[in-house]
Design a protein around this ligand. Structure first.
Ligand code: R5P
Length: 314
């Protein structure tokens, strides 16, 4: 694109945005984002964006609805300020688990959010490890779907783990776990996890695959309450595994998740910085955060000059 690249951030993850800006060599543009006393959000863009190729970094992490609304009004302000193209960098896409009508009278909120972003004026979405690949199809604008797998694989390979096996906590994550296992050149196992209601509760019935005597690497897109990982770690004790590591792209870490991880048999939990770590997690020696900032910076620069992103998938 011939137009100027402009990088903005909302309040959702400023440290990530600053790191991306450093890697991209582009300063964060000037924007005021605040709430009135009546709780309504307001945005004022202080840089000229007329004809610019704008990238807005804003994961929709906690406070989810505020961060989503801030993103929508930033898009609206940029559109009305005549930005040429508005690219939304949403490393963590909230509501992604509400992606199908699998019970009577429930919403498909992931699709609703896609519609809201598009109607607001987004021209492109750049995101990381969507809960389900098919969420890309909820958009009628381009979605560049990036993966944390190269980042985790580089780190795990550097650990020279003995006899690793990658385990997906459920069948839904099997393809993702298979891709990591391929990079680590090791086997794959799958947990038979079932949800028991709409309240974060799950049961783990079985582990399918050869895990006995190996080092387990649990791999999931999201760690929220930690229930899925802690349950599988408990069951793995019966399989005489050497050690248990866990890697999850999005460290939502709600409620007692950090305490539960601390008490569990999981040696280390690796998460990325799509979401800022809650304080308890940042102080937990078991939790290690890996950065995806460079990957996002490369994606932004390549999208701006209209080059292929395939180098990021190698
Ligand atoms: C569900 O299908 C996801 O991939 C994760 O396994 C799940 O969201 C993790 O949630 P929690 O940590 O609350 O078990």
């Amino acid at each position: 694109m011939n137009s100027k690249l402009k990088l903005f951030t909302g309040k959702a993850n400023r440290p990530l945005a600053e790191e991306v800006a450093r890697f991209a060599g582009v300063p964060l543009a000037d924007i005021d984002l605040f709430k009135f006393a009546n709780d309504e959000s307001f945005v004022k863009i202080n840089d000229n964006v007329r004809g610019a190729d704008v990238f807005v970094i804003q994961p929709t992490c906690r406070p989810v609805n505020d961060n989503l609304m801030d993103l929508l009004i930033m898009i609206d302000a940029l559109k009305r300020a005549s930005a040429q193209r508005i690219n939304c960098v949403i490393p963590y896409y909230a509501y992604a688990r509400s992606d199908k009508k699998d019970q009577p009278r429930v919403p498909i909120t992931a699709k609703l959010v896609a519609d809201l972003l598009t109607v607001a004026g987004a021209d492109r979405i750049i995101t990381v490890d969507l809960h389900a690949e098919q969420i890309q199809g909820f958009f009628n604008i381009p979605v560049d779907h990036l993966y944390s797998i190269p980042t985790f694989a580089r780190y795990l390979l550097s650990m020279e783990i003995e006899d690793p096996v990658v385990i997906s906590p459920d069948s839904g994550g099997a393809n993702r776990a298979r891709a990591l296992a391929k990079r680590l050149n090791c086997g794959l196992a799958i947990g038979d996890k079932r949800r028991t209601g709409n309240d974060d509760q799950t049961v783990l019935l079985n582990i399918i695959g050869d895990v006995c005597g190996k080092t387990a690497i649990l791999f999931d897109d999201i760690i929220d309450t930690g229930g899925s990982l802690v349950k599988i770690a408990d069951v793995l004790k019966d399989y005489e595994v050497k050690k248990i590591y866990a890697a999850c792209t999005h460290g939502v870490l709600s409620g007692a998740a950090v305490k539960n991880i601390e008490k569990s048999a999981i040696e280390k939990l690796f998460v990325t910085n799509t979401i800022p770590l809650p304080e308890a997690a940042a102080n937990c020696p078991k939790i290690v955060q890996l950065s995806i900032a460079e990957m996002l910076a490369i994606a932004i620069k390549k999208i701006h000059i209209e080059e292929s992103l395939s180098i990021l998938f190698k």
